[in-house]
Design a protein around this ligand. Sequence first.
Ligand code: UT7
Length: 333
Amino acid sequence: MQAVIRSVDCAIPQRRMSNEEFTAILDTSDEWIHSHTGIRYRHIADPDQAPSDLALEACQKVLSRAAVPPDEVDLILVATATGDYLGFPSVACIVQDRLGAKRAGAMDLAAGCTGFIYGLETARNFVLGGGARNVLVVGAEVLSRIVDWQDRNTCVLFGDGAGAALVSASEDARDGSGRPRGLLASVLRADGSGAHLLERPMGGTRAPFDPENFDRTSACLRMDGRQVYNFAVKAIAEGIPEMLAANGFGIDDVAWIVPHQANVRIIEAAAKRAKIPLEKYYLNIEEYANTSAASIPIALTEMDSKGLLREGDLVATFGFGAGLTWGGNLLRW
Ligand code: UT7
């Protein structure tokens, strides 16, 4: 039995915001943002759009592309840090209902920007264990609603969007050379000692919203950018070669590395440190900024639509983010 990605697709909000637009509200510039991050644009959800709306659109496209009816979906996993509601109900349940996936279980997954990678590995294990034949794995975020629009250190970095993949059971999927296709292996890691480096301090049960003493900035995303940067470079530079070696592959076997898109400089530094050519990494941060759990499925969708992913290609995803979490998936397209 194998777990194969049958289709990928995404949902991108129409409103496209340029770096220039920040100069009207913040002491910043297109030059600073682009030279420090590689970002030029981000897409911003409409006021009436929540992650479930974007996730639903991505799921509908994915199912229609694979010609799988919603009632054949067994499980919906939505990786998100910006759920429609605080804690519950889950985004996945809202999607399940609106999709008409009457036989599906549904749950959200909190692993920060590594969420989609955790989701793919969870789906693989459900499929290999016989618990599900069709799993929708989604990354969906509306980060524009939790960033502090007065903090130039963070608000310029993030964007909104969703991406989804249909992971299905296959008895014997092989490429033209007879090699097994699908999700081959993953590495999932966490280090909660760095939890404070990327957090949204207020609004949970440890520090509930207090209308009497409301501190607006504590209800927003906070990040120690420098520390997260250092962690991310190390995670990718060491994690990708380790994941490949653990599965008997070298970098020359890999057609594409699809990294979480947080900052192009993180990828450049990690590529240099690991001595992996930058051309192996697919980068689209310029258009979308950091969409957290959505960034990898959005990148896979773009690559697929450009014809960059060919059957038999070995693809390595790798991500890092809040938790702290990091990890990657190895898959034969
Ligand atoms: O998905 C995972 C989560 N996020 C990340 O992976 C992000 C990780 N961190 C980073 O990507 C980088 O650390 C940042 C992009 C956040 C910051 O880049 P940097 O090159 O490390 O800048 P810095 O923090 O060292 O700041 C340099 C200067 C500071 O000014 P002073 O204190 O030296 O006067 C900042 O205030 O740049 C200033 N600055 C800005 N200036 C103009 C910070 N943000 C801006 C801005 N426009 N938007």
